[in-house]
Design a protein. Structure first.
Length: 191
């Protein structure tokens, strides 16, 4: 039940009504949402040019594993291709096949890493997915705490990021083809 201020009998305007706590909270929530949207739109990685001075790999080093259990450090002493995927993503299977195809042309010169972004997908499920897509040669990592997708500004699955040997991003694309990846790797001095 709301109460109304008493009507004034002297002809003076009524005092202003203060917003209710509920209205104030709604206003604050709307302002925070608008601010968050503005930040996400202005920092959208799709609009950011690769190699534009940002170095997301700093402080985001990680270790991936091959299907044989060998460790692959990223960034390492050579360029890396990171492919962010989820087993549930329909376009990610073909993307891993493209990455494996590029890997066959220069297997030792580059680290090829598939990064699973779904924290509930297990290592065995990831291995099975890669094997089912002819990509079991790829090293893989699971981004269980979203540290990597945050650091690399990933907002869409099937995104490939190419890093030079120092860990600086030189290329990024969603669902790139083999020619695009080879061109990006050539710019790093590999491939």
């Amino acid at each position: 039940m709301t109460t109304r201020p008493a009507a004034r009998t002297d002809g003076a305007p009524a005092p202003p009504k203060w917003p209710s706590v509920r209205n104030l909270l709604a206003l604050l929530l709307a302002a925070a949402s608008a601010a968050a949207l503005l930040v996400s739109l202005t920092s959208n990685p799709a609009t950011r040019e690769a190699g534009a001075g940002e170095d997301p790999a700093l402080g985001t080093g990680f270790t991936a594993l091959t299907s044989q259990g060998e460790q692959v450090s990223v960034p390492g002493s050579k360029p890396s291709v990171l492919f962010f995927f989820s087993i549930e993503c329909g376009a990610c299977g073909p993307g891993t096949r493209v990455l494996a195809e590029v890997q066959r042309s220069s297997p030792a010169a580059v680290n090829y890493v598939a990064v699973d972004i779904a924290p509930y997908e297990t290592a065995d499920q990831i291995r099975e997915f890669l094997a089912g897509n002819g990509a079991s040669s790829l090293a893989f990592a699971s981004d269980t705490d979203t540290r990597l997708i945050t650091a690399y500004g990933i907002n869409q699955v099937s995104t490939a990021v190419v890093l030079d040997a120092a860990g600086t991003e030189v290329f990024r694309a969603v669902e790139p083809d083999a020619a695009e990846l080879r061109t990006a790797l050539a710019a790093t001095g590999a491939g």
